[in-house]
Design a protein around this ligand. Sequence first.
Ligand code: APR
Length: 173
Amino acid sequence: MNHIQLVEGDITLATEDAIVNAANPHLLGGGGVDGAIHRAAGPQLLAECRKIPKINGERCPVGEARITTAGQLAARYVVHTVGPIYHSDPAPAAHLAAAYRSSLQLAMAHGCHSVALPAIACGVYGYPLSAAANIALQTCNEPQFKHLHIVFYLFNHEIAEIWRQTLAKFASS
Ligand code: APR
C-alpha cells in the first residue's frame, strides 16, 4: 500500500499528473470538489467538458470516467468521474469501485504516473465514509495500480482520520 498517500487538504493545489474530479453525468460543474476544480481551472475546463459527446443524455455515466486538460491547474489532466448517489443507486459499492478504477485506468492510459483523488461520492452523494474508504483503498490496491503514485486529498480531519484508520487496517492485514 506504500504507493498510496493521504493528504488533508485541497485537491485544487495538487501537483500530481492527473486530478480526479467527483462530477455528475452532465459534466457541467457543480458544488463541492467539482465546483472547486472548475473555479481553480478556469472557464477552459467547462469549455472542454461541453465538447464531450452525450450518450443517452449523459456525458459520463456513473462509474465511468472522461479526461480533459486541466486549464490553470498544476496537473496535466482532469479525470472527471461520477460516483453513485448512495441512497438511490442500485449498486453503490460496485459503482464507487468502478469510478475509482475507471479514473485510474484512464489516467494511466494517458501516461500519468501520479494521480490525486478526492473522496468520491462522500459529500452530496452521501456515501457513508467508512464504507467508501474501504472501497476506495481496496480498489487503489489492485495489482494493476501498484506502480501509480496515488494521493488522496481529504478535505477535513474527520474523513482524513477514517482514511488513515482504514489504510492502517489494510497495511496490517
Ligand atoms: N478538495 C478535496 N476534497 C474536497 C474539496 C476540495 N477542494 N471540496 C470538497 N471536497 C470533498 C468533500 O468534503 C467530500 O468529502 O470531496 C468529497 C466529495 O464530495 P462532493 O464534492 O460533494 O462530491 P460527491 O459526493 O461525489 O457529489 C457529486 O456534487 O458537486 C456536485 O457536481 C457534483 O453533482 C455532483 C455531486
